[in-house]
Design a protein around this ligand. Structure first.
Ligand SMILES: Nc1nc2c(ncn2[C@@H]2O[C@H](COP(=O)(O)OP(=O)(O)OP(=O)(O)O)[C@@H](O)[C@H]2O)c(=O)[nH]1
Ligand SMILES: [Mg+2]
Length: 171
């Protein structure tokens, strides 16, 4: 009996540790158990004016969907200067701010709310680094651009940014 009595607490603690492991969140067992929230999040995608002008909207959306992100809401629009300044407010003191605002409002864009597991970092990985000249092949920026301003896509850089930016475009 001593042996059995000694095993029960250990099994219980192992079970707790395992089911609380981040690696098991979203797993079928975790979903059945109902004690986990999944890791779905939403993020803002903007297909920038250069990509729209070049007919790359479909290619961008194809990659997003093929990766497994869901397009929850989407529309084509023109971003005016006031909205561009709000969207990129964190860069207002940067030397490239005027160019950035001028560019993003220079033509039609497609804005989309994307949702899925880890949507924020997943989209950033699909996009590649900010400067297309440095971005590796296989990423959107790496495959289609060379100029830092004309870098094809915007994606929120954190869940907090996503919340703020989505409220600007979908509310
Ligand atoms: N000319 C110039 N533009 C820059 C530079 N750094 C960033 N930008 C532009 O400003 C935008 C916003 O910069 P970041 O937010 O730091 O980069 P990012 O998050 O990869 O790009 P976004 O998804 O558009 O926000 C970039 O997409 C670039 O177009 C720079 O050093 N020079
Ligand atoms: Mg950014």
């Amino acid at each position: 009996m001593r042996g059995t009595g000694g095993r029960q607490p250990r099994e219980r603690s192992e079970r707790i540790r395992l089911t609380e492991s981040p690696g098991r969140r979203g797993s079928p067992e975790a979903k059945r158990g109902g004690i986990f929230t999944n890791m779905e999040q939403s993020t803002l995608l903007i297909v920038k004016p250069d990509a729209v002008r070049r007919g790359l909207t479909g290619e961008v959306l194809r990659r997003v969907e093929a990766k497994g992100l869901r397009i929850d809401e989407m529309r084509m629009m023109r971003i005016d200067t006031a909205l561009a300044e709000r969207h990129y407010a964190e860069h207002q003191d940067k030397p490239f701010f005027a160019e950035l605002v001028g560019f993003i409002s220079s033509g039609d864009v497609v804005v989309a709310r994307l949702t899925g597991e880890q949507a924020v970092p997943v989209l950033r990985t699909l996009m590649g680094p900010t400067d297309p000249a440095q971005a590796p092949p296989g990423t959107i920026r790496g495959d289609f651009g060379t100029v830092i301003t004309e870098n094809l896509v915007h994606g929120s850089d954190s869940p907090e940014s996503a919340e703020r930016e989505l409220a600007l475009f979908f509310s």
